[in-house]
Write a protein that binds this ligand. Sequence first.
Ligand SMILES: O=C(O)c1cc(=O)[nH]c(=O)n1[C@@H]1O[C@H](COP(=O)(O)O)[C@@H](O)[C@H]1O
Length: 238
Amino acid sequence: MSLIKNPLIIALDVDTIEEASVLVDKLSPYAGAFKVGMQLYNYEGPEVIRILKEKNVAIFIDLKLHDIPNTVAGAARVLTRHGVSILNVHAAGGKTMMREAVKAARDEAAKTGIDCPLIVAVTVLTSIDQEVFNNEVGINGSIQERVVLWARMAREAGLDGVVASPHEIAAIRKACGNDFVIITPGVRPAGVIANDQKRIMTPGEAMRQGATYLVVGRPVTASPDPAQAARAILEEIK
Ligand SMILES: O=C(O)c1cc(=O)[nH]c(=O)n1[C@@H]1O[C@H](COP(=O)(O)O)[C@@H](O)[C@H]1O
């Protein structure tokens, strides 16, 4: 969507509208979009979307919808009314769930004249490593194989793209083509702490692999100078 002016999406993982507003005011010159996830949305509700949109920034609503198809379709339909730029669902919810979500969002957009968000599927979370994937999540095979399978499935269901770690970007690009949107969290500038992220790369490496958008939270928002941290990432991916 045209409102997203560069590949850097900043994750607003804070509790309140006040904290989010401070970050947006500091970072809007450098961010292509801001991500509102389960922490901020579950405390402040849809009001946070309205207030941030008044600042004329693009919003990625990250609620990782995962439920039966009818329930996810209903959520995708009402979230579309907020006029967000990106919305996500879990690929693990299956193809019918994804297809119904896309249909509900597109129908609502056509009915209301609101732009339809890009709809993307979360694949294997970037905090999961191969051992946890096999032994705790309980899925056999490599993470990469699974991510590519789910990316193909998302594409067949009519989604615009996926969320995946930088490690799978090249394989997804090969399987799903150049127009497929790949949103990549698990991004850490060189020397920055990984926190709970397991499958990481630097911003420059992730873009060279073929990412469409990078999602970055703590390396920017927890920095003593968030604007400088964001500027440095933009410089690195130029
Ligand atoms: O869907 C997401 O955005 C997401 C998927 C994923 O696999 N990994 C992941 O970290 N994210 C989100 O991306 C952001 C990463 O934040 P930092 O680790 O602070 O950079 C968080 O808001 C996560 O919720």
